[in-house]
Design a protein around this ligand. Sequence first.
Ligand code: PLP
Length: 427
Amino acid sequence: MKKYSDMGKDELNELKAALIKEYEEIKSSGLKLDMSRGKPNTNQLDLSRGLLDAVDSKASIVSENGIECGNYAPVDGIPEAKRLMARLLMVDEDEVFVGGNSSLNLMHDVIAFCLLFPLPGGEKPWIKQEGAAFLCPVPGYDRHFAVTEHLGIKMVSVPMTSEGPDLNVVEDLIKNPIVKGMWCVPKYSNPQGVTYSDAVIKRLAAMKPAVGDFRFFFDNAYAVHDLYDDKKDELIPILPEFKKRGNENNAFIFSSTSKITFPGGGIAAVGAAKANLDFIKKNMSMQTIGYDKINQLRHARYFKDMDGIAAHMKKQAAAMRPKFEMVLNTLQSELAEHGIATWEKPLGGYFISLDAMPGSAKRVVALCRDAGLVMTPAGATYPYGNDPEDKTIRIAPSFPDVNELQKAAKLLCVCIKLAAVEKMLEK
Ligand code: PLP
């Protein structure tokens, strides 16, 4: 099979007719699948059922330092949960705030605090200044962009490279005092699966933003989500790099067990240097007397330490690996030789990011939807839902079972091909 760009109009028209036939056949098979979000499927949730017995009706619900976990306070969590989350965040135990079941919730709240109250190193809250803007590596996590847009923060796209965000662009933009923050998913980024190199982390840690109330929002949601034992990305501990350079106040590090145990019933945490942590604790203590510490206790007792998490994540990897491989093999066999799409081959995380022919991503997603496959909306991985080249498609392989996924991947490829041929025939 040739590259589409080597085909003449007649050949493309013939191909289009064949693809429409193939598409209609799949459409009539009555597919009904949702690949729009990175959700674990039921089998993966079942891997964590033991968690529910980790604090049963006969167990003590007192923490190791005597906190009654069924009662109010303290706001920042119990020591055993802090210890566990500190390892995940790669910070010290006294640099952790353990919250509720969602890191996105914590990120939202911390940004709201920054808008309303002066940060350490800043004189006025962000909202009382000349506007606030966030740097957004693209493609990125749609809900990050939704939070910043919702809270009235302007977003500026920064291109990604295979090692992390383009730091020449970042260094230039942080000279502007209205730039107050930057989203960073440092390991197995959503959606590309890129892990920031040591050099990128060190250069970010050394940066001197124009203002003292600038913060990097590192969201290490996929800290332990390797697909393979023998090939995995390594992320260096982030906060220590900032501390070494005296810039520890420039970074918040977030994570959660959402994609480790239960997305609806995990625990979330933020790691930060003392001044930032005090800022969070002070403001958070106005909105809650304390989060669900029984769930913190459950997680701490179930996993005990990072070895416990690592053993559990091997089971998660065994569930995810065949799905990633299925999608990647299908993309390779269906698309590679046609020169109409490129994609990443991540070693972990929850997503595969694919660039279809520019100008065709919306059409691909619409074709998929009409044939019963719901994908993440085209453009969602860019600020304001606007992919300037209309090319990025996020594939979330976790939720369907492998058989369904095979059909979905095949349909996606047919739609990518059909949309590409349509685009070429427009010329
Ligand atoms: N951060 C990233 C990068 C994600 O991909 C997700 C979920 O897909 C989340 C955060 C959500 O985390 P939580 O469930 O802890 O709010």
